[in-house]
Design a protein around this ligand. Structure first.
Ligand code: ATR
Length: 493
């Protein structure tokens, strides 16, 4: 179930926000936020709320802002029960007597006994869970901060053991390392996840909005059979892959969700996730090379390029692929032939390697030009290309120019890796940077009558290939394109 957290300072706003929270199953009313608190108005909110309501009156040391004394705080929860709130949430730290007293008064309502830790995930979390269990609450809620991706695993293990015992648990992690757990925990058997009604109104670190939960992650469609896919990287915050892939899963009625995993400990992450219901992963900076050590198999292309950006899971075996290469080649081939063409590739990193591999397979003549010539030499030798310093572009007669450096990428949008005078009239210019859609290099190339290709095309083609690898179905490319385009437009505004 998805709960919208109503954390408003005045009653009128709380009332309006409850009305606006249409897409959720539950309302969590944070009484501790309300500054003009009056019992009469509190009652009205509870009675008039059309959805089941969790009344919460959080104390300061558990992330709340209630100003009165402990007795006053508990009395408000007691009143919430009297007014017919479907749930109350009482902190485990309130003490056994308070919890027992409230439980006695609950009538048809349900009591959630909660534990929050904002600094990390304590070593004794299982013990805390077992202690709460002794009070036999209707729901045990455990929320900790993830300081590493591995902290989530302890919480997931708690969910698994409580499911085995047929206990109702609500558990997930806060913070950027825990963000994905707000979705994944539901699939694993946690009963409720919480969302804010807008970004500005988030009441906890890493909390997503109800709109993101419903429209990006399709939270209402997920169930225990949902297959898991996602992006492994660090950072992952600014990626839009989840928007594109989840829209595609939705359109194709494929029971899967795509999450963003901020991963610091890659080996541990792979070890743990291997045993979940995984469809596959995308892999990004800084894990594309290291991840190869933890896979059961790496295909020939990814091995030659020396990097994996896609993992497919088949029969619990993890197989590494590289779709950067095919994504780029498809984007190029949509605009130009490659056989026998002279192609200048700027940069000598992972993307340059993917391009060099693909272009050579298409029988093109490739020169690698890079700021650090030693790196250009390595790529050139590995893929049978020529090489030189960036400056050699002025002596290079090319049909196609490809930029694989990050120069010109947002926010550095005023830069170009090439002075305009070195852009050859009538050539094809491909910039793998996708944000902005049209980089300075591409704008200047267009002014010279060149055919231009945005990195956006490579992004979409690469993602479509990943989708096909995971699902064995053709990706709804147009939809994926329009979803990312929307994000690009919003990012520019
Ligand atoms: P990716 O995996 O996306 O290719 P990478 O491996 O970090 O990223 O490679 C980035 C490439 O862009 C490198 O070749 C880098 O040049 P160096 O080898 O000299 O580091 C190049 N690059 C990055 N910033 C650059 C800049 N400001 N000007 C020119 N080249 C740059």
């Amino acid at each position: 179930m998805l709960a919208a957290v109503i954390a408003e300072k005045i009653f009128r706003d709380a009332e309006n926000s409850i009305k606006k929270a249409e897409d959720v199953n539950l309302i969590e009313l944070r009484a501790d936020y309300i500054k003009d608190f009056e019992l009469g108005k509190f009652k009205k909110l509870i009675v008039n709320c059309k959805k089941p309501l969790i009344a919460t009156n959080r104390k300061k040391d558990e992330g709340g802002c209630f100003k009165g004394n402990e007795n006053e705080r508990v009395q408000i929860l007691k009143k919430a029960l009297e007014f017919g709130a479907e749930y109350i949430d009482i902190e485990y730290s309130s003490g056994d007597n308070t919890i027992i007293e409230l439980t006695k008064n609950k009538k048809n309502s349900k009591v959630i006994v909660s534990y929050h830790e904002f600094e990390g995930t304590p070593g004794n979390i299982e013990k805390i869970y077992n202690n709460i269990k002794k009070l036999s609450p209707d729901f045990i809620k455990i929320v900790t901060n993830a300081n590493s991706v591995t902290d989530n695993f302890r919480i997931f293990d708690l969910i698994k053991s409580s499911n085995k015992e047929n206990r109702k648990i609500i558990a997930f992690c806060m913070g950027s390392y825990g963000e994905f757990s707000r979705v994944l925990s539901l699939i694993l058997g946690s009963r409720v996840t919480y969302a804010s009604i807008s970004r500005e109104k988030a009441s906890a670190n890493g909390q997503l909005t109800a709109d993101e939960m419903v429209n990006h992650y399709r939270i209402k469609k997920l169930n225990e059979n949902t297959k898991i896919a996602g992006l492994i990287g660090n950072p992952v915050k600014h990626s839009w892959s989840h928007i594109m892939h989840n829209a595609a899963f939705g359109k194709m009625n494929f029971n899967a969700v795509y999450l963003k995993f901020r991963v610091d400990k890659l080996r541990e992450f792979i070890e743990y996730f291997k045993w979940l219901n995984i469809l596959g992963f995308s892999v990004t900076i800084p894990h594309k090379i290291e991840v190869m050590n933890y896979l059961d198999e790496v295909d020939e292309k990814a091995r030659a390029i020396g990097a994996v950006n896609t993992i497919v899971v088949k029969n619990k075996r993890l197989i590494g692929h590289n779709t950067d290469c095919d994504g780029a080649i498809l984007a190029l081939k949509a605009k130009t032939g490659l056989k026998g063409k002279n192609i200048a590739v700027l940069g000598a990193g992972g993307s340059s390697r993917a391009l060099a591999y693909g272009l050579k397979k298409e029988n093109a003549d490739v020169i690698i030009l890079n700021r650090t010539i030693e790196k250009a030499k390595v790529v050139a030798e590995d893929f049978n290309c020529s090489y030189g310093p960036l400056d050699d572009l002025k002596n290079t007669d090319y049909d196609v120019l490809v930029n694989t450096t990050p120069v010109g990428m947002y926010p550095d949008i005023g830069s170009s890796p090439v002075p305009p005078k070195l852009i050859k009239k009538g050539s094809v210019v491909f910039d793998i940077v996708f944000n902005p859609y049209e980089t300075k290099l591409l704008k200047e190339a267009k002014n010279k009558g060149c055919t231009t290709i945005s990195g956006f095309e490579m992004l979409i083609k690469g993602a479509a290939l990943q989708f096909k690898l995971w699902t064995n179905r053709n990706a709804p490319e147009q939809l994926m394109r329009s979803k990312v385009m929307e994000c690009l437009k919003n990012a520019c505004n």
